[in-house]
Design a protein around this ligand. Structure first.
Ligand code: ATP
Ligand code: MG
Length: 245
């Protein structure tokens, strides 16, 4: 499970995150919603050890990060093997084909045999509707396909939890629906997921818990029907009033 306690991060004299408490239980799916600039990406990056923070703690499946410390490379590697992240803009390696993208990290980090890795990659690609794309380069794929490759690449490390940063924000409705169906399938298999999203209908349908961020604070949390049905905080009401769904 992931447990964030009183996480505070100061950037340029301003609190980018302020005493954020949040947890994700093993096998559950949680959403983080909030206006642009509210701190969703920053929080996910702190949980994955990609950004240092000033105080508080992050505990992920036994690995702990504390504010103000500089964790060793070994500890960060250990944490990132448990917790994968897929970025808002995919960040695929442009010079590698899909198979190369999927197998690079497990080859170098986990030292797994190439044929076993390629077998696993082919299985994931087939499941994700990308069976014929193993030898394509990212530039030859649509946004939705690139997003699915990015999720497959993260899953190659068999993470205990996966952080998804706005997995549908750059996609048209059809591609977004494909990616969301995939996320729901992963959820139904018990993959622990923490997903930042502006897609409130998705948060309502697929997530057990919704956390609302506003100006670096977690202002509200609960079951989607409660948070989105009877919002308590003004920030949540603002989100609902501008949402189309
Ligand atoms: N590298 C950076 N340097 C300075 N400020 C930053 C940096 N990255 C983000 N910020 C600021 O920190 C705040 C939180 O940004 P963050 O990207 O976490 O928001 P977000 O909720 O993910 O927004 P969005 O929905 O647009 O992705 C914003 O005010 C942003 O401008
Ligand atoms: Mg963001």
């Amino acid at each position: 499970m992931i447990r964030v306690r009183e996480l505070t991060k100061v950037r340029a004299g301003k609190q980018a995150l302020s005493k954020v408490d949040l947890s994700v239980e093993r096998g559950s799916v949680a959403a983080i919603i909030g206006e642009s600039g509210s701190g969703k990406t920053t929080l996910l990056r702190c949980i994955n050890g990609l950004e240092a923070f000033d105080s508080g703690t992050v505990e992920c499946f036994g690995a702990t990060l504390s504010g103000g410390e500089r964790p060793s490379r070994e500890r960060l590697t250990a944490l990132r093997r448990e917790v994968g992240i897929v970025f808002q803009g995919y960040h695929l390696f442009p010079h590698l084909d899909v198979m190369g993208n999927l197998t690079l990290a497990p080859k170098t980090v986990a030292h797994e045999a190439a044929d076993a890795l390629e077998g696993r990659a082919h299985e994931l690609l087939a499941r994700f509707g990308l069976a014929d794309k193993a030898r394509s380069h990212p530039s030859a794929l649509s946004g939705g396909q690139q997003q699915r490759v990015a999720i497959a690449r993260a899953l190659m490390m068999r993470p205990k939890a996966l952080l998804l940063d706005e997995p549908t924000s750059a996609l048209d409705l059809r591609s977004a629906a494909d990616v969301l169906a995939l996320v729901r399938e992963l959820a139904s298999e018990g993959q622990t997921l923490l997903i930042s999203t502006h897609a409130l209908a998705f948060a309502r349908k697929a997530c057990a818990v919704v956390h609302v961020m506003s100006e670096g604070q977690r202002v509200e949390s609960g079951a989607p029907e409660q948070v989105l049905g009877e919002p308590k905080h003004a920030a949540t009401r603002r989100l609902l009033s501008v949402s189309e769904d």
